[in-house]
Write a protein that binds this ligand. Sequence first.
Ligand SMILES: *Cc1c(COP(=O)(O)O)cnc(C)c1O
Length: 346
Amino acid sequence: MNDAAIDLRSDTVTRPTDAMRAAMHAAAVGDDQYGEDPVTNELQERVAALLGKEAGLWVPSGTMANQIALRVLTRPGDEVIVSRECHAGWHETGGSAANAGVQLHEIGSGGWFTIEQIEAAIKPRGLPVYPPTTLIEIENTHNRSGGIVFPQAEVARICALARARGIATFLDGARVWNAAVASGRREAELAEPFDLVAVSFSKGLGAPGGSLLAGRRELVAAATRQRRMLGGAMRQTGFFAAAALFGVAHHRERLADDHDHARRLAEALARHHHVRIDLTTVQTNIVVFRLHPDGVDAATVVRRARERGVLLNAFDERTVRAVTHLDVSRRQIDRAADAITAALAG
Ligand SMILES: *Cc1c(COP(=O)(O)O)cnc(C)c1O
């Protein structure tokens, strides 16, 4: 993609900074499948501790982390309760059904759900017709709902109920870093109620790849086998781990800038009569906005914005997403707002 473009398609498009590249270059590496990659070992310990968990496992992608979690915490035929339009159901190309053999039951709205909705959705075990509910998955922040932070008080109630009913819990925390900054809570507090947690290094933290699963030692041991089975066990992963460690150390606090930029962009767009956006959903670095039925459609806005040097994603015919990140400055956000506003014309 041309360097002059302001790329708001995703926070995955960031490229390693010079300092991150230097950390990668300097990494001492070894064969991770023998447990001999020192930087990967350090990352696993450090991030597991940051999340308040016993152990951690580096995996190549967030999608693989989610798929491994399903395989560790469920059996084929089980039902998993998830939020509407969750990543596992919408962005993993059917992997949940293909890899874990589970069905996903979407509940709630706006990226989250309540304990009452969970109580109503849990299917009892031991009946001959129902698929047993064996896992509840929460996505925090929630991508397709505009990066909202799942209310933590509800997380605590939901996970306590799950524990009482013998149902496992999983946090898809690809952007839990953003949730921590936005809510003023530590990552360990956000992760505490869950059996297993996934975090991503390749989104807001700016690493070129890699995610991590964290939880009790026996769950991480099971995840290690599943990683191998899915073909995700690698060798000198320390180059990725070094980038991740750098991102964790240097790019977490600055996520507040991305959140400011998203709000600035959202407020500028909200002034346009063809844009429908609930500003209360703009809590982190994602801006999802809808287009008025009488105006131009999403594909047109994306094409026209591209002609003006701004890259966006269309979610559907009338929904557009813009994501702020490390490689977009405040000045570029203002230019992007002007370009998108121009793209909305007539
Ligand atoms: C990006 C994302 C993932 C998957 O991460 P990849 O590394 O792109 O596979 C999982 N969950 C959520 C919520 C995400 O936004």
